[in-house]
Design a protein. Structure first.
Length: 384
């Protein structure tokens, strides 16, 4: 909801030039990843780890008039063998027009490339200062197929209702999803071509008592044309339909967060009926964060991913010889710390003990993988 908040917090009209509203910000994050087995974001299990996880971004916003906000952010990212080695990309770029604003209500519309309102973290996931950990819960905020739900080109409407005991937000959009190489590789070993088609996304969110209790429900339907480069020129339709329930309780020194998701994925229309499928996956995590000494935060999280609710153990798939059973799930126990040594400098470290490879990055693991593996991450982040 970060973009909505920026649009809604408009000061009373006053005489000021457009240049007075210009804001420019940026960020840089560099991580070191070390694993004992398997690889994540580069050759992390060899030669002292991987430095192939880097995020660089810059954004600009200004108001040509009081009820119009123009915002744009570019990002350059490297994440192991995901084929995006520092290739610059438009993260978001939009025109936000407030149709109506009063003490109790704000209504607006956004046009352009808009970040999708999935869960608590999707809209700001690339800025390390907005994340509770170096890696977000991978069961919901996939990094290996991040482009599918990250953003869309189209139109979005939003409404904010200020109630006596809280604030109700609503956002809904329609447009063309961004589907890149990461999703194409994850869907099939044949590396098909995906062409995003008209998709929808929405979220309703309620913040009670100044944010002490936050609840949100996110839903969407992303559709893409699926084409296989073969002699038969086979093609079909890929559909991704997630539902995410998000809950958070906040006190001065600690927070408890939980999110639960159902992820329906279907592929239909291919000539070979055996390649068509309709699968519902399940994801959830429970996370505790504790703030202490003003600048420190500790995190403990348990994160669970199941690719197919009808094959939770992966044994049915393993029986076909297609993949190991443990490739169909992941159970991740995570603990970590963050230290804000300066408002613009963040240092973080975290440890993961993982059972399963359900969210392991594919391009970094071409050979055999191990079911049980451990990962250490260290990250330094700057912002201005």
């Amino acid at each position: 909801m970060a973009l909505i908040a920026a649009a809604c917090n408009v000061a009373p009209a006053r005489a000021e030039g457009m240049l007075d509203t210009v804001q420019v910000h940026g960020f840089l994050s560099q991580a070191l990843i070390v694993t004992d087995e398997n690889n994540f974001f580069g050759p992390s299990s060899h030669d002292g780890g991987s430095l192939q996880y880097t995020e660089i971004g810059a954004n600009l916003s200004f108001r040509p008039r009081q009820d119009v906000l123009i915002a744009i952010q570019g990002i350059s990212r490297r994440a192991g063998a995901d084929d995006s080695d520092f290739e610059p990309d438009l993260d978001y770029g939009l025109v936000d027009y407030q149709l109506f604003s009063s003490v109790d209500r704000t209504l607006g519309i956004q046009l352009g490339r808009v970040k999708n309102p999935f869960g608590f973290y999707n809209q700001t996931r690339d800025v390390a200062f907005t994340r509770p950990s170096i890696l977000l819960p991978q069961s919901i905020y996939f990094d290996r197929t991040r482009s599918v739900g990250l953003a869309g080109d189209g139109i979005s409407i939003y409404e904010q209702e200020r109630l006596p005991n809280g604030t109700l937000y609503f956002q809904a959009g329609i447009g063309k999803p961004q589907v890149n190489d990461d999703a194409e590789k994850a869907l099939s070993t044949t590396e098909p071509t995906l062409d995003g088609q008209i998709s929808i996304i929405s979220q309703i969110r309620y913040e009670h008592d100044g944010g002490r209790i936050i609840a949100a429900l996110s839903a969407g339907r992303a559709q893409s044309r699926y084409e296989v480069d073969s002699k038969d020129s086979d093609s079909g339709t890929f559909v991704f339909q997630p539902w995410i329930l998000s809950l958070q309780y906040n006190e001065d020194l600690w927070s408890l967060t939980a999110e639960y998701a159902l992820r329906k994925r279907s592929l239909s229309g291919l000539n070979n009926a055996q390649h068509n499928y309709d699968i519902t996956g399940e994801s959830w995590y429970l996370q505790y964060t504790r703030r202490f000494q003003r600048d420190w935060q500790w995190l403990l999280r348990y994160d669970v991913l199941v690719n197919d609710r009808n094959d939770r153990s992966g044994r049915k798939l393993a029986a076909t010889g297609a993949a190991p059973a443990y490739s169909q799930f992941a159970k991740d126990l995570t603990t970590g710390v963050q230290w804000r040594i300066h408002p613009q400098v963040l240092l973080a470290a975290e440890y993961h003990h993982v059972d399963g490879t359900g969210w392991l990055t594919i391009g970094d693991n071409e050979g055999e993988t191990d079911q049980y593996w451990n990962m250490l991450l260290f990250q330094a982040s700057l912002r201005f």
